[in-house]
Design a protein around this ligand. Structure first.
Ligand code: TYD
Length: 219
């Protein structure tokens, strides 16, 4: 069996960069990887992603929950489990904690119900390790603006991710939600300071992987 690692945090926390850096480090160690993301890690998932994040529909929060979970069920069956079975390391940009943070802490849906759904669809396929990249909302917003080449406030436009442009108060709830989850599940979830330089964040991630003996230490 391979190793299953997920990356979490508010939009602009630097997850995608860290997925790439870890993928690179694993390849240098001749470890086979499967880099993937949610929502949209399968063909069906891409359609679900368009419904959720496109500008065409306004999706009710319960419908959001079920669509994110549907995307995950498909992703697990089609991509994640087969990759783990073939011995690959699966690096997934967003997973269960995104739903608990965004639809639970953010939109106020029942977190016990969200957990119950996940127990059912995940079965034994829980991540071996989850990194929550924590950073102040102001830092994350600035990064998003820079990424978009904007100097103005982040405001919603056609086709924009509706969660990225949500209020500061919403983003703060997400951040606190992630911190709460990291406190609740300290064995699986590692909290990382995502406001540091990306190279430094990468080193912290490697240190944790070595400490957990997921790969042999070189020292
Ligand atoms: P994406 O463009 O993948 O953003 P990012 O690069 O920040 O991951 O968009 C995914 C958006 O969907 C993001 O704003 C978080 C949101 N989301 C949820 O609300 N619930 C979920 O379960 C998942 C997986 C994502």
């Amino acid at each position: 069996m391979g190793i299953f690692i997920t990356f979490e945090g508010i939009d602009g926390c630097g997850k995608s960069t860290q997925v790439k850096l870890l993928d690179h480090a694993l390849k240098e160690k001749k470890i086979e990887t499967c880099v993937t993301m949610e929502p949209g890690g399968t063909e069906a998932g891409k359609i679900i992603r368009n419904i959720l994040l496109g500008s065409e529909f306004s999706v009710d929060r319960y419908a959001q929950l079920f669509l994110f979970v549907a995307d995950r069920a498909q992703h697990l069956e089609e991509v994640i489990r087969p990759a783990l079975m073939s011995g690959k390391w699966v690096l997934c940009d967003r997973f269960v904690e995104s739903t608990v943070a965004y639809q639970g802490y953010g939109l106020g849906l029942n977190k016990n119900f969200i957990n119950l759904l996940h127990k059912e669809i995940l079965g034994d396929t829980w991540p071996d390790l989850t990194f929550v990249l924590d950073c102040p909302v102001s830092v994350a917003r600035l990064r998003l603006k820079t990424r978009r080449g904007e100097t103005a406030e982040l405001t919603s436009g056609k086709g924009d991710d509706p969660y990225e442009t949500a209020s500061l108060e919403f983003q703060e709830r997400l951040r606190q939600g992630y911190l709460d989850l990291a406190r609740k599940y300290p064995k699986r979830i590692a909290l990382i300071d995502g406001s540091e330089d990306p190279k430094q964040v990468h080193l912290s991630i490697i240190k944790i992987i070595e400490k957990k003996k997921l790969w042999p230490s070189e020292t």
